[in-house]
Write a protein that binds this ligand. Structure first.
Ligand SMILES: NC(=O)c1ccc[n+]([C@@H]2O[C@H](COP(=O)([O-])OP(=O)(O)OC[C@H]3O[C@@H](n4cnc5c(N)ncnc54)[C@H](OP(=O)(O)O)[C@@H]3O)[C@@H](O)[C@H]2O)c1
Length: 303
């Protein structure tokens, strides 16, 4: 469901001189988000796990960007990343949790988490909470969590299988982690507000765009002609798909806890609009349960 708020144009001026961390900005939608921020006068930290592709991305994003290594499957690497940002810059203005995986072959991380759950959700939770101290003295700071229309398909949370301990269903865990990203966004925003913090947390989704995320889908989809056709007629190209995240970061008409999607019925393509997520995200008990599990897994909580 969409509400008729035109969220474009947003306040590009307000991006000037901001320091923005964009995870997964060596590729796809993250790369476009990073480029726009640099074009608008911000400095971007390209937070990703591949130095070579980060340096290629930097040529596209612009000089006012810098690579810092981040692997979201590795808790030590997340701590190290936060230390590095703190040492080099002190504070940041905006954290955009964008990195993600879709339908990887079944894999467990060093800490025993299934890969999709680790990157798409636990990585978002850990990085956000560890970055909060770097944002708390920055007026207008925001945490933005990328999600997806796949979250609408979740009807029920099977808590016994969130780490794929019983079965591994690639589509279901992708959708569930995208639901968790919004539940986490709302809960984090509520907890920040209760502690009188000025930091807000928002979620968004890009619609659908053929990017490297399709690497585990049938090969014909990543055929360059197919990509062009699909992104032009059915879905949208990555630069257009980056707009909801830009709006969530820079528009002053939206509030903590909001979900920025697209102004069309199916939300595959369109212009940014505030939309209503899956109703499960409004269940306080489910959000509390997710928070408790996240603390238990990571040992990290909001202080
Ligand atoms: N494209 C869509 O249609 C669509 C729709 C809804 C939501 N989304 C969401 O949008 C986000 C961006 O997707 P995209 O389409 O731009 O895909 P993409 O081009 O594949 O980009 C994903 C990014 O995440 C990074 N990443 C993966 N695992 C990581 C890890 N362990 N640590 C750090 N970074 C890691 C990737 O790094 P590498 O390059 O090293 O793999 C890449 O930079 C994802 O969260 C996705 O779920 C996309």
């Amino acid at each position: 469901m969409t509400v008729p708020i035109n969220l474009l144009p947003y306040d590009i001026e307000s991006a000037k001189n901001k320091l923005v961390v964009v995870t997964g900005s060596n590729s796809g939608i993250g790369k476009e988000i990073a480029k726009s921020f640099v074009d608008y006068g911000a400095k971007v930290i390209i937070a990703c796990r591949n130095e070579q592709s980060a340096s290629e991305a930097k040529e596209y994003i612009g000089l006012n960007s810098e690579f810092i290594y981040l692997d979201l499957t590795d808790v030590d690497a997340i701590y190290k990343f936060v230390d590095e940002v703190h040492t080099r810059y002190g504070n940041i203005d905006i954290l955009i949790n964008n990195a993600g995986v879709l339908r990887p072959p079944f894999t467990r991380t060093k800490s025993g988490l299934e890969l999709t759950f680790a990157v798409n959700y636990i990585g978002y939770y850990s990085l956000s909470l560890l970055m909060i101290p770097l944002m708390k003295n920055v007026l207008g700071s925001r945490v933005i969590n990328m999600s997806s229309i796949s979250q609408y398909s979740v009807k029920y949370i099977n808590w016994d299988n969130i780490n794929s301990d019983k079965t591994y269903n690639k589509n279901k865990i992708y959708a569930l982690t995208n639901l968790f990203r919004i539940m986490f966004t709302i809960e984090l925003n509520k907890r920040l507000s209760n502690s009188n913090s000025s930091i807000v947390s928002l979620a968004c989704h890009p619609g659908v765009s053929i990017t490297n995320i399709v690497r585990n889908l049938p090969k014909f989809i990543s055929n360059p002609i197919m990509v062009k056709l699909l992104n032009r007629f059915l879905f949208q190209p990555p630069d257009k798909a980056s707009k909801p995240a830009l709006v969530a970061s820079l528009n002053s008409n939206i509030h903590g806890g909001d979900f920025v999607g697209l102004d069309t019925r199916k939300q595959y393509k369109g212009n940014p609009a505030i939309v209503t997520p899956n109703e499960l995200v409004f269940d306080k008990e489910l959000r509390q349960k997710l928070w408790d599990i996240s603390v238990e897994i990571t040992g990290i909580d909001l202080n």
